[in-house]
Design a binder for this molecule. Sequence first.
Ligand code: CA
Length: 220
Amino acid sequence: MSNKTLDLSDNVYEYLLDHSLREPALLAELRRETSELEMSIMQISAEQGQFMALLTKLLGVKRAIEVGVFTGYSSLSVAMAMPTDGELIVCDMSEEWTSMARRYWEKAGVAKKVTLKIAPALKTLKALLAEGQAGKFDFAFIDADKTNYKNYYECCLELIRPGGVIAIDNVLWGGAVADMSDDSADTRAIRELNDHIHKDDRVDMSLLPIGDGLTLARRR
Ligand code: CA
């Protein structure tokens, strides 16, 4: 027995999926279609999508931001969990990948909740702040280029209300964050953000070993 989080063996992981996953058919279809792409590793896992949908309901999220859409698994999970008058602003640079996301938002009947901004995300986040949107969001999910992670975090922290939550993906980076021989720009950027949030007294936080590591930071 151990009270530290275990590295799950294949059969325990299978058990976890068998006894918790309730993946809606449309999300399963999107996951299958995305798995045929070369970059499919960028898709979040089904159990993480389900966790984010639960979080959306727990927090009563009505307005949310997503930085990094890819083919839309997380945005579809969150949008489906939001109320009908929910509003999700999503940022990405790729017309190609987000066209798949758009197709699934339509199919799921959630397209009217989602506003896609094809532009550098930092530009979109700064524009929202300039429009007076600070403190107007309940939830933000950051899963994009790692070297900008700290900039995205700082902007999102201004955009969410006190009590709102930011979720940041890939914070364990396949274990590379703990491997000091790894000095790549992405790894350094993630380490820097992890240190920054750990010391940041503007938030309550927890780093969860879900998927590739997910930090939750709640604005105080
Ligand atoms: Ca990711």
